[in-house]
Structures are given as structure tokens and as C-alpha cells.
Design a protein around this ligand. Sequence first.
Ligand SMILES: *[C@@H]1O[C@H](CO)[C@@H](O)[C@H](O)[C@H]1NC(C)=O
Ligand SMILES: *[C@@H]1O[C@H](CO)[C@@H](O)[C@H](O)[C@H]1NC(C)=O
Ligand SMILES: *[C@@H]1O[C@H](CO)[C@@H](O)[C@H](O)[C@H]1NC(C)=O
Ligand SMILES: *[C@@H]1O[C@H](CO)[C@@H](O)[C@H](O)[C@H]1NC(C)=O
Length: 456
Amino acid sequence: MSLFCTLVLSLFILLSLINYNVHGVGINYGTIGNNLPSPKKVAQLLQSTIFDKVKIYDTNPEILEAFSNTGIDLIVAVENSQIKNLSENQSNADKWFVTRILPFIPSTSIVTIAVGNEYLTDDQLLDHNALFQAMQNLHSVLLSRGLNRKIKVSTPHSMAVLASSFPPSSSTFATTLLPVMTSIVALLSDTNSPFMINAYPYFAYRDNPSMVNLEYALLGNTSGVRDPKGYVYTNMLDAQIDAIRSAINALGFGNQTIQILVSESGWPSRGDTSATNENARTYNTRLIQRAQLNKGTPMSPKDRIDVFVFALFNENKKQGGVSERNFGIFNGDGTKVYDVDLSCEFCSNEKFGGKIESSLLSSRGPSVWCVAKPHADEKVIQAVLDFCCGPGGVDCREIHENGDCFQPDKVYAHTSYAMNAYYQMHGRNYWNCDFKGTGLVTFSDPSYGKCFYSHQ
Ligand SMILES: *[C@@H]1O[C@H](CO)[C@@H](O)[C@H](O)[C@H]1NC(C)=O
Ligand SMILES: *[C@@H]1O[C@H](CO)[C@@H](O)[C@H](O)[C@H]1NC(C)=O
Ligand SMILES: *[C@@H]1O[C@H](CO)[C@@H](O)[C@H](O)[C@H]1NC(C)=O
Ligand SMILES: *[C@@H]1O[C@H](CO)[C@@H](O)[C@H](O)[C@H]1NC(C)=O
């Protein structure tokens, strides 16, 4: 085979990889620390990583502002202390929405409102029904404003909402929570919203190290724990997710698909004997790998599970034991606590940097360009344009008024021009044409008239 054919063939293999949909991963961004970087810096830090969804614990306006036009989706939260107020009537919920959320959309992509955090298992807060009422009021607000498809309402639970979690197939919610859980799950089902669970194999292991296999807790591929119904669990997180699934089914929602979302999971690097850098690195690495796959659990193999890693930073002002302050992947100064690969094969060049670049897509390869996908989300496209012409360093004069590529004056056309320039500038690695899934490598020259798309 000639060198040229080899190159073309390799390129086709790369192109087929591009079409393979790698899912992004979520991260929890808590801010209970006095040494954390500014939200603006955090948004920049995250843009070069696999994390494309961020969950916060309030509606901090500085954070909402910092994540505008980043292409990163946000889950924001109603603090537990606000739930009573929002539960009282829709007009309270509307006020909350108008002051906390409305000013930031759509430039900040807020996709979900998490109402409270582990509210039902917080000993201080006994009015369970207030949670449901607050969720329903917020949903009504979204509905009345025509935003109910864009923004979902849910609430993260701890595993303590279960009466028992083993075996997974016979788990049920605690008896006292059955009425409120039935209302909540019905609302989630009606509104096509996810059931959120904070699932920590770490705590199960820490509290019972002699009974639990560490590899099983660490998401290892162990020989497995067999459920009486025949499901085989190779790791504890899958068993925890299916325990929740069974409890939902036991409420009578078995014939509906309610998506389960892991709103928190992680492993601390300090605080007790199993909280080591090595275990934290192992768990979070495997969790991130798992989150990228199109993979469900033994009970429902086809239902992909979205995961939000806990947490972005070590938070030095958090209450509780030492481990509570050491769940972070990053220190306050932005350095990693331990080595974990957060690079995104399709959006940064850290992972394969150099290797493929020099051997396959060197300047002697066939001509290729990068353009915007025709049906890509316009908001993301706009964010990509802003990035390329700003921090991305592309010379965008040709798409400004009087430039040769100003016409057609369409955001897709301008973004294609900028994407291509960025892609060519960075050595034409296929991951430099990802742009959060909105870029496309093409063999046909997009140049027209006097508008010239550079290539090498
Ligand atoms: C909503 O509830 C609050 C009490 O929290 C009350 O002050 C207010 O008048 C109520 N508004 C409506 C429209 O009922
Ligand atoms: C309830 O929340 C609304 C909007 O956030 C606020 O204006 C009002 O003062 C709150 N009421 C109480 C009793 O806290
Ligand atoms: C887990 O182990 C089993 C049996 O050893 C193997 O068949 C399977 O492919 C492994 N799965 C993963 C994800 O490594
Ligand atoms: C699910 O089951 C309920 C009660 O068993 C029934 O009323 C409902 O129609 C079923 N829904 C679907 C989509 O099958």
C-alpha cells in the first residue's frame, strides 16, 4: 500500500472515531473553602477537561456568570434552608426563579434545578412534604414560562433513603418516606426528569472494612456478588444504583423508565486508612472511565448512567471528619491532589499529543478542514466562536464586517471559519475539531469566492 493510501485509510479510521460518541462527565463544584480560585478561573480550568457538566450547591451569581458561553451545562441548587419558603406557594418559587436564575439564561446553560441536597435524610428537616411542594412549585414556574423542557427539577438523595440496599433486587425505600417518595417519583416520571442519588461505596467500605472487599468498593472488576434474581454485580456502585432502581419499581413505577443520575460519587484522599491518594486515584479514574461509556447496570444494561464526580476541590472549611475536606481532585491552588487523567481525547491534545499528530496527520497528509456540524446547537456554536476568536487565538478579521468571509453573516459560517483556523493552527489533530461535539472534519474545501479556508 502506498503511503498516501495508508494515510487516507488511517484518516478514515480516525473519522469513524470522531463519530463515536464519547460522553462527558459531570463534576461537583463545592465552594466551602477559603483558598479556592475564582469562578472565572475554574470555568477556564474545566474547559480543557472531560468535565462538561458542573453541579453547584446554590445559585452563586458569580459562578453562573463565569460559566456563561462555555458550553458547560450547569445543575444549580435550592439550598435546604429555602425549601420551606418555596413550598409555600408558586409566587415564592417564581420570585426565587426570577432573581436567581432568569438573569443568567440562556447564556449560562442551566439544565437542572436540584431542590435541596439529601433533604429527606437531614435530621433537622422533618417536613418531607415541603420538598415535594417546592419541587412542584418550581416545575409549575418553569411550565408557565415555557422552560420546562429546557430546565428539569429534581432532588439528590442519600443512600439512607433506602430501608436496605442488599440484595439490590429487593431494596425498598424507608417506610416513613414512602408517601413523599411516591409523590416525588411521580413528578419526575411525569416531567421526564432524573432521579438523583449520591452514592458512595467509600462510606460502605469505611464503615464495614472487614465485610466489604476493597476492590469491589473501588469499582474494580471483581468476580462479583450474585443477586438472588440472577444479576451479577462486579462493583458496589452498580449494586447501589440498582438498589435505588428496585425501590423505585417497588413504588409501582416499574413500567416506566426513570433515569437514575449519580449526582455525587467519589473517594477521599485523606482521613482514614482507606482514604489514600492511591485509592482516590483508582476510584475516580474508574468512575470517570465508566461515566464516559454507554453502559447501564446489570438490571438495566441499556440505560446509561450520568455521573457527577465529588468533588472538584478539597474544601478546607467543610465541617465533619478529615475526609470531608479531602474529596477533591484539585487543591485550592489548581494543582492536582493526585494524578488522574482528565483529558478529553476529543477536545484536547494531552492524551495522544504528538503521536498521531506526527505520524498520521502531518503536513504531508491529504487536505482536511474542520467545519461546524449543520445541526449543532447554536448556543454551543456561538460559544465555540467566542472561544476561537478570544482565548483560542484565531485571527478572526476575515469574518468581521468588510472581511472576505463576513458573508454569509451567519453564526454557523463564521464559526466554521474560526474552527478551521483553530484546527489548522493546532496541527490538525482530530481532537482539535471536536468543540464539544459540534465540529466535523471534512475532505472538501469549504472555501468560496474570496473567502479562503486555510489548510496545510
Ligand atoms: C405566599 O406565601 C407567603 C408566606 O411565605 C405569603 O406571605 C404570601 O402572601 C403568599 N403569596 C400568595 C400569592 O399567596
Ligand atoms: C421567600 O423567598 C422570597 C423569594 O426568594 C423572598 O422574597 C421572601 O422574603 C422569602 N420569605 C421568607 C419568609 O423568607
Ligand atoms: C470483567 O471480568 C470479566 C471476567 O473476568 C470479563 O469477562 C469482562 O470483560 C471484564 N470487564 C471489564 C469491563 O473489564
Ligand atoms: C403502567 O402501569 C400502570 C399501573 O400498573 C398503568 O396504569 C399504566 O397505564 C402503565 N403505563 C404504561 C406506559 O404501560
